[in-house]
Ligand binder design. Structure first.
Ligand SMILES: O=C(O)CCC(=O)C(=O)O
Length: 313
């Protein structure tokens, strides 16, 4: 059973999430979890997974990595034992909570890699009208807008438009979806209800999969910016393997139209489901080598200039 947060979310925090698509919350995660995960993020930054290397920008020191919980015990424990699942349960107002995936974003001082404006739902191989998906994004460093604090267009989770998925490395594959370009938010900042709170280590942002957000480069010369997101879903989120969505490199056996489930998307609350949780029981589940190979081949073709996919010696 995952740990409880230090306090439940208040009704007003949940209302803020519902109204704005995002809420900034402090005081949920015990210090021990924050310290442990900060160290775990440092380890992955030093040695990203093969998928992480292909979506990061090593030259800029930018590390992006995903599905780390499948191979790393700290990240696995965050899924099964940390208070995050109960926080998701509260904000989504659902009893059954599944973990979707994890992702870390590290921008050291002087890392000139902005995260372009986007909403997450078009990145993902899920029904883009799914309403029961949230992210919990936690920072391990004090951050402000100048050090790449995450910024949101409040209320944009209710916009009808769907925008193309633009990654920090501008992966052409992900942008090839036919969805619209996001609006020029930076050119018309006064026209939007923008929200970019200063945050302390251990604070989190909880946000809806449809809310438009992004972050600037880390312009400081001495403040690191280490952040880690886990994505959570309620019951019945539907698998839709559209072109130009985040590849799933683990075998999952899902067909289009199935509800996300199984050992890649395990239920965590109200309890784990026997047979669905080999990682909970301690075994490492590697990605499918054929899927990894084709993903790396595509990355080599799409982003050759970044030389992202060289094997580590
Ligand atoms: O940390 C960042 O710059 C990007 C985070 C993000 O877009 C997300 O977690 O969905």
């Amino acid at each position: 059973m995952p740990e409880a947060p230090l306090r439940p979310l208040t009704e007003s925090e949940i209302h803020e999430y519902d109204t704005h698509g995002v809420v900034h919350v402090g005081g949920l995660f015990p210090e021990a979890w924050v310290t442990r995960m900060a160290a775990a993020v440092d380890c992955i930054h030093a040695e990203p997974t093969p998928m992480g290397r292909a979506v990061s920008d090593a030259e800029q020191g930018f590390t992006n990595d995903l599905f780390v919980w499948k191979s790393d015990d700290d990240f696995r424990d965050w899924v099964y034992d940390s208070p995050a699942a109960q926080v998701a349960q509260q904000v989504l107002r659902e009893e059954r909570i599944r973990h979707f995936y994890d992702q870390l974003f590290v921008k050291p001082p002087g890392c000139h890699v902005p995260t372009p404006w986007h909403h997450d739902v078009t990145f993902w191989p899920v029904d883009i009208e799914s309403r029961n998906l949230c992210s919990i994004w936690i920072t391990f460093d004090p951050i402000s807008r100048a050090t790449s604090g995450l910024e949101f267009v409040r209320g944009s989770h209710r916009w009808p438009e769907r925008y193309k998925a633009i990654t920090p490395t501008f992966d052409p594959y992900m942008m090839d979806s036919g969805f619209a370009d996001p609006p020029d938010i930076d050119g018309h900042r006064d026209d939007y209800d923008l929200f970019c709170p200063d945050m302390a280590p251990g604070d989190c942002l909880i946000f809806d999969a449809h809310v438009v957000h992004g972050s600037s480069a880390n312009t400081s010369t001495d403040s690191p910016r280490r952040a880690f997101a886990t994505r959570w879903m309620g019951e019945g989120t539907v698998y839709d393997p559209r072109h130009a969505t985040m590849p799933l490199l683990w075998s999952h056996g899902l067909e289009a139209g199935d509800a996300l489930a199984g050992s890649l998307f395990p239920q965590v609350l109200p309890e784990v489901i026997p047979g669905e949780c080999p990682r909970y029981e301690g075994s490492i589940e590697g990605p499918d080598p054929v899927l990894v190979q084709s993903f790396l081949e595509r990355a080599r073709v799409s982003l050759p200039s970044l030389e992202l996919t060289k094997e580590k010696s």
